[in-house]
Design a protein around this ligand. Structure first.
Ligand code: APR
Length: 245
């Protein structure tokens, strides 16, 4: 892949770089995205029945089992070269922040420390009532496990539709977007708020916007540099060309 000389020097001179990732970054690890017409989770399942507080209230077992199935899927995969390339960026750029919408934990597994998880993490489980986190829960197949503190139902520590994002994570993400020189949007359809507004916040504060995605998104016309393709192929090449060679 060819990278324009002005793009390469821009990245080499950047002291503060932010990357926002979505499900597309984990696609090459074997995890399904959400909105791919054929293979996307929302092409097969209804988010209103599985990923909302109302859905959990209506049928907690159905929701618990669906996330247990996704948790097993995540356990069966590894980070891909795209995740590792982003972990490398932290070594080359003085100030690098990685913001993710993904709940799969693969960025952590690839070695990213200062990660902002906007939508939570599917490996974490907490009480729906008293918020107590737990590392262990019974695998009784009949009912949803209960909290050992208050008896409330346990749920995955992810953000469901209609729920607010964790305030500290969102504030850190907005701050990072507003103060960076370059903002990468990688593997996200850019349709879910408030994550989808971060690139525009960065743009409005003078940052250069770079999009790496398999297909065009609403952000594409506003981006300064667009690379259409697989993040697991483009990112390693970019890191090699800009910072390694
Ligand atoms: N490399 C780069 N981009 C890819 C790849 C790949 N290998 N595979 C797919 N893509 C792109 C798709 O073209 C699509 O634009 O990644 C994007 C994934 O978009 P979505 O499936 O909508 O996922 P995402 O943007 O992360 O969804 C945001 O929506 O359902 C909620 O909470 C969930 O965090 C999620 C949020």
């Amino acid at each position: 892949m060819n990278f324009a000389p002005e793009f390469i020097s821009l990245l080499r001179e950047t002291s503060k770089l932010v990357a926002l990732t979505g499900a597309g970054v984990s696609q090459e690890s074997g995890l399904r995205t959400f909105r791919d017409a054929q293979t996307g989770l929302w092409a097969q399942y209804k988010p209103a029945e599985l990923a909302s507080t109302e859905a959990f209230r209506r049928d907690p077992k159905l929701v618990w089992d669906w996330y247990a199935w996704r948790r097993e899927a995540v356990k069966g995969v590894r980070p891909n070269p795209g995740h590792y390339a982003l972990a490398q960026l932290a070594k080359h750029v003085p100030e690098f922040r990685l913001i993710t919408q993904n709940v799969d934990g693969l960025h952590h597994m690839a070695g990213n420390q200062r990660l902002i998880e906007l939508h939570g993490n599917i490996q974490r489980v907490r009480c729906a009532d008293c918020y107590t986190f737990t590392e262990t829960w019974g695998d009784d197949t009949e009912s949803v496990p209960q909290c050992s503190v208050c008896g409330g139902l346990l749920r995955p520590d992810v953000v469901w539709f209609g729920e607010s994002l964790p305030r500290d994570q969102l504030e850190a993400a907005v701050e990072a977007a507003r103060t960076c020189g370059v903002f990468f949007s990688i593997g996200t359809s850019g349709v879910v708020q408030p994550a989808a507004s971060l690139a525009l916040a960065a743009h409005n504060h003078g940052a250069v916007i770079v999009e790496i995605n398999a297909e065009p998104t609403p952000l594409t016309p506003k981006a300064d540099f667009v690379f259409q393709g697989k993040s697991g192929e483009i990112l390693p090449e970019l890191v090699k060309v800009v910072w390694v060679e």
